[in-house]
Design a protein around this ligand. Structure first.
Ligand SMILES: Nc1ncnc2c1ncn2[C@@H]1O[C@H](COP(=O)(O)OP(=O)(O)OP(=O)(O)O)[C@@H](O)[C@H]1O
Length: 260
């Protein structure tokens, strides 16, 4: 694959993270996410996937190494958007008010924000649910609201921490298709965390396999399948081959090495 001349949207260079408890969560991790790229972190529980997202979001600082993430600016305060496994919606607020929140925090009035909130809800298929409350929505719908809230500020990078792990297979499948559509349409660089190999293959242009104790990147696989991706790709031998290769890399990553 030809390397882009454009600088990456986000980059981590030899970052280590030791928490106050003494846990070395990451050891000399380097990665970059190019403009519009979809990169996934795959790895055993506790290998530091969330810590990498938190470093890029500025929620943690590295103990060593460097983190370059897109900076917020005056015109667009939220260069980074974070979507968690829990939809983290305000239960007392309507769907409209939940999606409006980041704009409200930037000082935009309800009337000034109306068109953008309505467009965001339409793009995730929830235009008829603006006045509903989170308790009235399914898990998949709540996740759609959460994604609409993340996309409304037009972030430069989208960080997603196992967003679909709690959903049933059908909702997850639909959200995989829709997420790719939204991500490709907007060209947002995305760093996605999952434990699901098939999900990683379907969504990503690159998959990084991590190993634990201390967390580090052990294997990288490019998924050279062009976008848009459809069920034809899911049903193909190419898809199965990628899944097999990643499953075997994951098995190796969880096998303790003699030196650790
Ligand atoms: N604030 C913290 N203080 C101390 N240790 C922490 C903290 N946050 C994470 N850790 C530890 O750092 C390691 C990496 O955690 P992290 O949550 O990044 O892993 P993960 O790969 O996202 O795990 P999972 O797949 O289970 O969500 C773990 O051993 C965890 O217990």
């Amino acid at each position: 694959m030809e390397l882009s001349a454009k600088p990456p949207t986000a980059e981590i260079i030899k970052a280590s993270k030791r928490f106050d408890t003494g846990v070395l969560a990451l050891s000399e991790v380097s990665l970059s996410i190019g403009s519009g790229e979809f990169v996934t972190l795959l790895g055993p529980s506790g290998c530091g996937k969330s810590t990498i997202l938190r470093l890029l979001a500025g929620l943690e600082i590295p103990s060593a190494g460097t983190v370059h993430a897109p900076a917020d600016d005056g015109a667009q305060q939220y260069a980074t958007a974070f979507v968690f496994q829990e939809s983290t919606l305000m239960p007392w607020a309507s769907v409209f008010n939940n999606v409006w929140l980041p704009l409200r925090l930037q000082g935009f009035s309800r009337s000034h924000s109306r068109a953008r909130v309505e467009a965001a809800l339409k793009s995730v298929g929830l235009e008829d649910f603006a006045q509903a409350f989170p308790r009235q929505l399914s898990g998949g719908m709540k996740m759609r609201v959460s994604i609409a809230r993340a996309l409304i500020t037009e972030p430069k990078i989208l960080l997603m921490d196992e967003p679909f792990a709690a959903l049933d297979d059908l909702s997850r499948h639909r959200l995989n298709n829709d997420l790719l559509h939204w991500q490709q349409e907007r060209g947002i660089a995305t760093l996605f965390v999952t434990h699901n190999i098939a999900e990683a293959v379907f969504l990503s242009s690159r998959v990084l396999v991590m190993g634990a104790r201390p967390g580090r990147i052990l294997h990288e696989r490019t998924i050279g399948e062009p976008y848009p991706r459809t069920s034809i790709f899911r049903d193909s031998d190419r898809f199965s081959n990628h899944c097999r290769a990643l499953a075997s890399a994951l098995t190796l990553s969880t096998t303790p090495s003699e030196s650790s």
